[in-house]
Design a protein around this ligand. Structure first.
Ligand code: CO8
Length: 263
């Protein structure tokens, strides 16, 4: 169960059906400590099983979405400690199992693990002056939570190589141009509001269809095309067993607004 209060997060419900998680570790620019990540995973799992929530927005502050894994926490880590504890595996293994849509609203820096965290979300919105990057190479390491895989899928190999091998940052504007971000806003406030609006729209749809849609799109990221297409068709067939398919199609024909059962 969720603790009554989180030390490194702020939770709110800005719109019906929307859970907003704000990373809140201002003095370290939301550097991702073990404590922060474990709270984040708990909050996400709670929203995922909360029937009043349909979509989740994850954001940071205007200055920092997240400045990466906590360098102070990692500095003295040895290989055997990292290997034996499977360092960061548990951080990045929860989010891919969250079944409700997660929108990352990225303002300020999203560096290293912060960029990887944004890439774990289903949709990225950002402000034009957001700063993304995988600067790990400058610390003598490499991305460790999906940067080399998810960023490469998002921008293609040549660009990903350039970013990861040099550690150069890229702007929110570039993220929009490259398709890393779905939408780019002029200000942090507009970015968070935009994400909350989209989450609200998603939360107003059939939860069963939304979950299925997320699942099939995600399949495209790691399955060969033929397998992905087959999976999509099976899930599509399966939705004819849902109540919401009958509700949605009847409402269309009756020219009414559907009252989803979410079943
Ligand atoms: N870890 C720990 N503390 C940090 C981090 C960090 N990643 N980033 C910032 N801080 C701290 C600073 O140490 C400083 O603390 P203090 O006041 O005690 O010195 C405070 O936050 C404010 O930072 P700055 O004074 O540096 O603020 P600036 O506005 O001058 O600079 C920057 C902001 C550009 C963001 C700068 O802080 C910076 O370059 N930070 C490091 C960015 C980085 O290299 N990130 C990658 C880390 S490695 C990583 O993420 C590996 C991924 C592993 C997987 C993670 C799982 C999801």
């Amino acid at each position: 169960a969720a603790p009554a209060t989180y030390e490194n997060l702020r939770l709110s419900a800005p719109k019906p059906g929307v859970g907003l998680i704000t990373l809140h570790r201002p003095r370290a620019l939301n550097a991702l400590s073990s404590a922060l990540f474990s709270e984040l995973n708990t909050a996400l799992k709670d929203y995922d099983s909360d029937s009043t929530i349909g979509a989740i927005v994850l954001t940071g502050s205007e200055k920092a979405f997240a400045a990466g894994a906590d360098i102070k926490e990692m500095k003295d880590l040895s290989f055997s400690q990292a290997y034996n504890t499977d360092f960061i595996a548990s951080w990045s293994s929860t989010i891919p199992h969250i079944r409700k849509p997660i929108i990352a609203a990225v303002n300020g820096v999203a560096l290293g693990g912060g960029c990887e965290l944004a890439l774990m979300a289903d949709i990225i919105y950002c402000s034009s002056n957001a700063t993304f990057g995988q600067p790990e190479i400058k610390l003598g390491i490499i991305p460790g939570a999906g940067g080399s895989q998810r960023l490469t899928r998002a921008v293609g190999k040549s660009k990903a190589m350039e970013l990861i091998l040099t550690g150069r940052n890229f702007s929110g504007t570039e993220a929009g141009e490259w398709g890393v971000a779905a939408r780019v806003f002029d200000s942090a406030e507009e970015c968070v509001n935009g994400a909350v609006d989209t989450a609200g729209k998603i939360a107003g749809l059939s939860r069963v269809a939304v979950k299925a849609a997320k699942e099939v799109v995600n399949k495209s990221q790691d399955a060969p095309l033929r397998e992905g297409l087959e999976f999509e068709r099976k899930v599509f067939h399966g939705l004819f067993g849902s109540q919401d398919q009958k509700i949605g199609m009847s409402a269309f024909i009756d020219k009414k607004k559907p009252e989803w059962s979410h079943e």
